[in-house]
Design a protein around this ligand. Structure first.
Ligand code: NAD
Length: 344
């Protein structure tokens, strides 16, 4: 395998590797808090530069997510540049496994966009530094959804002085793995739901199960609601959609909800909309994965998922006190934890 080490300021190790059709990047951002965790993304990147940019951005994001979640875990991520046609999927993941192995356990990979437990099984043939195999802890989505639910309660408490969700209207975008579990949690405490999905059968299945109304995918932004919960794609909060929102709180499970964190974070604040930083709200899955890796019992993970409530409150109160945006306050919580670990 042809492996090139790239020096990037602020990252501990970045490897770019090629072997046959395999072209992958492993980015270890920080191990200040412990072994770095972060999945492998398989994506059609137009160039290596764009793949590298994504790997750097995502690996740094994992450092912050793990730090705010209170895990003794650092951040890393890897990407595989998908060839135009994948002739031998196994070969790609075997090569990737060997690349992960080169970091000697400083980074543990798992599934991400475009990869499956079966791919992790292939990686496991080359390295033991992999989670999310088919024999592993299973679907993290119910835990992610539970954490998002606790984040919504915290945001509603911060905004209205009570965490009572009975009668609150929630507009939920995306009825996939996270969205459908979140819908069930919200319905169970008496929230009233409007759901949407580009796959209308999914939206109707969730609506039938929890007694929700269904909105057309694009109309979800205009729903008169107390909470808007994005659980589909990233980048959905931008000038044109923020202007349409009628909810006072945005809290959901989707990653990278703000198209541009500074600009769109400011736009939300200017409209008086309280934004719960996505990576604080959606850490339930990584918490469970970490627990599985380290042999912690289910109660250990459950306590930490429930604690997302208090972390969100800390972030929102900290943002208000410091006059900064919520995602900036979340970054500070993460940076303080990392700095403390480095000082020890
Ligand atoms: P998923 O693919 O199961 O569900 C996403 C759903 O969104 C699908 O049903 C899809 O049809 C729908 N969708 C896509 N575009 C839409 C649009 N424009 N409007 C309405 N619906 C649309 O994915 P998931 O596992 O539920 O993850 C959802 C989000 O949460 C993603 O951003 C993911 O990165 C993030 N996330 C998931 C987890 C987890 O544990 N699954 C953990 C952390 C973050």
């Amino acid at each position: 395998m042809d492996v090139r080490e790239v020096q990037v300021d602020g990252w501990e190790r970045v490897l770019v590797a090629r072997e046959g059709a395999y072209h992958g990047i492993v980015a270890l951002h920080s191990s200040a808090l412990g072994t770095a965790l972060g999945g492998t993304r398989l994506w059609r990147y137009p160039s290596e530069a764009e793949a590298l940019h994504d790997a750097l951005r995502l690996s740094r994001g994992m450092t912050y997510k793990n730090a705010v979640a209170g895990l003794d875990a650092g951040g890393g991520k890897s990407v595989i540049l998908a060839p135009e046609r994948i002739a031998d999927r196994g070969a790609l993941f075997r090569a990737h496994g060997r690349c992960v192995e080169l970091l000697g356990g400083a980074y543990i990979t798992a599934e991400d966009v475009g990869t499956t437990p079966a791919d992790m099984d292939v990686i496991a043939g080359e390295t033991r530094h992999v989670a999310g195999t088919s024999a592993g802890v299973g679907d993290p989505s119910p835990y992610t959804a539970r954490g998002v639910f606790r984040a919504i309660q915290a945001a509603v408490l911060h905004r209205h002085g009570s965490a009572e969700l009975r009668g609150m209207r929630v507009a939920l975008q995306g009825c996939g793995n996270v969205g459908r579990y979140l819908a069930a949690e919200l319905a169970a405490v008496g929230a009233s739901l409007v759901v949407s999905d580009v796959d209308s059968a999914r939206a109707h299945a969730v609506a039938d199960r929890v007694g929700a109304a269904v909105a057309e995918p694009d109309a979800i932004f205009d729903v008169d609601a107390d909470v808007f919960a994005p659980c589909a794609l990233g980048g959905i909060l931008r000038a044109s959609t923020i202007a349409r929102l009628r909810a006072g709180v945005v809290a959901g499970g989707a990653n990278n909800q703000l198209r541009d964190p500074e600009e769109d974070g400011t736009r939300l604040a200017e409209r008086g909309i309280l934004y719960v930083p996505d990576y604080v709200a959606n850490a339930g899955g990584v918490i469970t994965g970490f627990a599985g890796l380290n042999g912690h019992p289910a109660e250990w993970a459950s306590l930490r998922v429930e604690a997302i409530h208090d972390t969100v409150l800390e972030v929102l109160r900290g943002a208000e006190a410091a006059g900064v945006l919520p995602h900036q306050a979340a970054d500070r919580v993460a940076e303080d934890r990392i700095a403390q670990a480095r000082a020890r």
